[in-house]
Design a protein around this ligand. Structure first.
Ligand code: ATR
Length: 497
């Protein structure tokens, strides 16, 4: 059997299930029919459902006790599976918890159907030795396929599953939950026979399921194989990152066997994640909140620019040595240079965090005259000292805006969900300034709207995001990206959000 993406159907009525089955068959060759969700499911409804299929189907009927929805007796449940065999289901799924006797009876009478014996742990991912034991226990029953699914409480749980999959031919295994998504996407790389994708957002039959649209159109799941190079964005809220919409289309257009995925890594998981990253030979990553500074402790080398900025936003794995770079400064410089020259210009940077550091570095390199202000004046003073530039008092913001030609918001003010906030009021901004906001969600922040109203030259955070991403792409792929495609895909996505 070759790797397949399977869409589960968990509709509440037979009619809806048939409708969704037909929809799902437009995308994939294998559908899981979660008959436990169909109200009053019986053999007649099951027969109708299976008669409606044009492609292969798995019939699954999970009991309430195992996170399913079937409320009838165990006998009725097993009888439905027997009927599914009679009605030519391609696969039936039975949980190991159903007991050896019942499973062996189903296997003995499976006719043309194949039997998947499954085990789900919806609370955690057990250690590898325990999962291996469960695998051996199921294997003794000689089913056609074995399915072991765990819940990821940490991104690092996914690597336990990758270890479990090693060298096994008939295993379906991945992690559930938002932290388990990388194992769903990388299933074809690490040898899981199946991965599940929802028909659309909101139609998930288990937590963490990614929609078929995203699996196909963002991650190009059909192109992922054991040789695929893995890249991604490492951050506590990596799932919100826009970068996957830029990198993946360009990799695809350039026929590079790379996939770029979100790595949802919490602060205290970084060390273990980096160990796994190296062990599994992931090729590189974008680094974002809150790891841009902490990552420096885990890499093997840091390039001079990143060192001076004091933050790393890109890592490259070269023969198992991790090198750190910073492309944020490049992103800021390119975004600004689209609209203005920088040499000799007076620039006011608002904010004194990591983003400000990259921007100040860029402006210094381009020979602008820089003043920093920050809500906490002390932080502005310290940063200005470090970079040998001027600082001002936050209270003098209005006056300083007047005195500078370029104004940059390098704070997170105005970022979703606080879309009604702006670091600068309408009455503080005067006509003709170049104003850049680093916030890119929403694309038109309140500050950008104020800038447009005041006839300033507005530069959205999306521009900086785009350029820093092109810098990362070059570091990983060692070639130019498809700039137009990256830009177009980002804009399309921003418009959708
Ligand atoms: P990043 O690394 O993304 O720049 P950060 O290091 O947390 O993030 O920095 C956030 C910056 O935004 C800081 O300059 C912060 O000001 P303080 O030093 O006073 O904390 C600034 N900031 C955050 N929220 C703010 C707000 N509501 N008003 C003004 N400045 C704010």
């Amino acid at each position: 059997m070759k790797f397949e993406v399977c869409i589960p159907i968990a509709a509440p009525t037979l009619e809806k299930a048939i409708y969704e089955l037909k929809e799902a068959e437009k995308y994939v060759d294998l559908i899981e029919l979660r008959v436990d969700y169909i109200s009053n499911i019986d053999k007649n409804k099951l027969k109708k459902l299976l008669e409606s299929k044009k492609k292969k189907a798995i019939v699954t009927c999970r009991p309430k006790s195992l996170c399913g929805n079937f409320e009838g007796s165990e006998e009725a449940r097993i009888n439905l599976l027997k009927k599914a065999v009679e009605f030519n289901a391609d696969f039936i799924d039975i949980e190991i918890e159903a007991g050896k006797e019942k499973i062996l009876e189903l296997i003995k009478n499976k006719k043309n159907s194949k039997v998947i014996v499954s085990h789900h742990n919806s609370s955690e991912t057990s250690p590898l030795a325990e999962l291996q034991k469960k695998y051996e226990e199921i294997k003794k029953l000689s089913p056609d396929l074995i399915k072991i699914v765990a819940n990821a409480n940490s991104i690092n749980d996914n690597f336990t599953i990758f270890d479990l999959l090693k060298g096994k031919k008939c295993l379906i295994s991945f992690c559930m939950g938002i932290r388990g998504q990388i194992s769903r996407i990388l299933a074809p790389k690490y040898g899981s026979m199946l991965t599940f994708a929802s028909l659309s957002e909101g139609k998930e039959s288990a937590s963490g399921q990614i929609s078929i649209d995203e699996m196909k159109n963002v991650y190009n799941i059909s192109m992922i194989n054991e040789d695929t190079n893995v890249l991604g964005v490492m951050g506590e809220f990596a799932e919100n990152s826009m970068s996957k919409y830029m990198h993946n289309p360009s990799f695809n257009a350039k026929k590079l066997n790379f996939v770029y995925i979100p790595f949802k890594v919490k602060g205290n998981e970084l060390g273990d994640f980096i160990n796994n990253f190296k062990k599994f030979n992931f090729k590189g990553a974008s680094v974002t909140v809150p790891h841009k500074v902490a990552i420096i402790n885990y890499i093997d080398s840091i390039d001079e620019t990143a060192k001076q900025i004091g933050a790393v936003n890109t890592i490259v794995n070269d023969k198992n040595k991790l090198a750190g770079y910073n492309t944020d400064y490049y992103g800021a410089a390119e975004a600004l240079k689209e609209k203005t020259s920088l040499k000799g210009k007076r620039a006011l940077v608002i904010g004194a965090g990591g983003a400000s550091r990259a921007i100040i570095y860029a402006l210094k390199k381009e020979k602008s005259h820089i003043t920093i202000i920050n809500r906490t004046n002390e932080n502005a003073k310290e940063l200005a000292g470090e970079f040998d530039v001027q600082y001002g008092k936050f209270e003098n913001k209005k006056q300083l805006i007047k005195e500078n030609e370029i104004i940059i918001n390098a704070t997170s003010v105005g970022m979703k969900p606080n879309v009604n906030e702006s670091i600068i009021n309408e009455n503080e901004l005067t006509e003709g300034k170049v104003l850049m906001d680093i916030v890119y969600e929403p694309s038109e922040t309140k500050l950008i709207k104020i800038a447009r109203k005041k006839k300033c030259i507005a530069i959205t955070g999306g521009r900086m995001l785009f350029y820093q991403a092109t810098g990362q792409y070059k570091l990983w792929a060692r070639q130019e990206p498809d700039f137009k495609l990256m830009e177009k895909s980002l804009l399309e996505q921003i418009r959708k959000e």
